[in-house]
Design a protein around this ligand. Sequence first.
Ligand code: PEP
Ligand code: MG
Length: 569
Amino acid sequence: MPSTAPGRPLVLTGRAAAPGAAVGPAVRLPAARDGGPAGAGAPAADAATEVLRFGAAAAEAARLLSARAAQAPGEAGPLLRATAALAVDPALHDAVAARIGAGEPAPAATRSAVQELVERFAAAGGPAAERVAELLDVRDRILAGLAGRRDDGPVQPDHPSVLLADDLAPSEAVLLDPARVLALALAGGTPTGHTALIARELGLPCVVGLGVGELDAVPTGSTVLVDGGQGTVTVDPDVDDAHARVSAARPGAGGGWAGPGRTRDGRTVPLLANVQDAAGARAAVAAHAEGVGLYRTELAFLGRGEEPSVEEQAAAYAEVLEVMAGRTVVLRTLDAGADKPLRFSDLREEANPALGVRGLRAARRDAGVLERQLDAIAAAGRRTGATPWVMAPMVATVPEAAAFATAARDRGLVPGAMVEVPSAALHAERLLAHVDFLSVGTNDLAQYALAADRLSADLADLTDPWQPALLELVALTAAAGARVGKPVGVCGEAAADPLLACVLVGLGVTSLSCAPSAVAAVGARLGRTDLADCRRAAQGALAADDPDGARAAAAAVLDGTGEQTHPEE
Ligand code: PEP
Ligand code: MG
């Protein structure tokens, strides 16, 4: 929603997707793709040849995407491999072949088959809808191949600029050159979507979900300030104010933060990183993270048709443990289903996948996958001399936590549980009778507490991590940990927002884990804040009725203002 007052710059508000701020001239990427000129490509041959032509173009699209995945940073690689898998998905192949058999040339058959999938994905909502941009990306690549066009990647500005677009496919985002793209502002998308994740990997400030048509109000070439921590885009900002915001939001602002995590008055709060492979672990070490608070093990295997062997898994886990060299590493067991579909995991289609068989629940159908993963983690621990911590995603009940804890302890692992379901927060103390630690996944906890799809741009206000009810559940969980003397961390995106991180500490959370690119800014902010102020900010946020009120209440304590700003100290 745009807002302006006489004499004040226009401010567009979307959702914070990647921290940091940047100011520069606006450049608009061309609007939504349409797949190129109708009928592009060689004239239709006989059906068998057309099917072969389609197959070759699809295979080439998959090859290019896989090659791009190999160069992509951190968590972006597996996501692109998942897009590559879409290009050669047998269901797409069969749908196109059927249309060609009915007389359509390959390009038209590709368009209509993908369109049908797009409509199905969009109607399904949630994680499927989130992949529409990937489907369109795959379609365009196949059409380009059929027409003999080269893949030149997204148009990039020739001088440092802020890129505005309706949406951007993950495979395009990964090619953005941070020397030429200062920040990203998107009409669509969500903070948990893949494009946002890649922006975080690239260290690009990013705001998403600004709303269809809102960016039309931003003239090309005008100066814009993108604040990826606040979720705002300011058009023609006051220059001094803009530069102050940029330097205040710079990682390490406030004094070259190099760890360890603690408040100004000395309360220790380990700052950990969220990673998905050894490259992420190296970024975590470089960012002075004190360990890994969330190793998303499923991401490395997203595009795989077969379960990786115990040996392959053990090698991957050992690499991360080695990089972290004795620091704590919390491996999350496979979180298959919903927004992270794993092709090899036997999960049938469900009407409500986010409420279905996902995460730990997959073990109801096949306990072997979990057991083999725990074996692999234990093997990696033996190989590296580390004692891995493991946690299960989507724990909803005490017996689930108890069974997981037994399976982990039997293998010499330290067991924990994620708190992503309100029932787990309510029964946190009982869970802690079985596991040694809890880690609050605020992305899912918001989705389940507010009954709002975490990937829906329309419901973004409900899944805002500042929702007071969500903070209340975090407080309940932290209090349970304090009663029994066991650690309770937060590893959802909430921990990446420096202001909110202080509030979480004030709620009693004992560690924070976020993207490596966000660690320094969180550490710096915490380091200039006293614990008592964190607690006062937390009380103010809890007492608010909505996210904006919670933010303002916290800012009033921590910034000494009702507005969110980043004053330098
Ligand atoms: C969460 O739900 O907050 C979380 C950290 O897990 P993921 O985002 O991978 O679902
Ligand atoms: Mg989750």
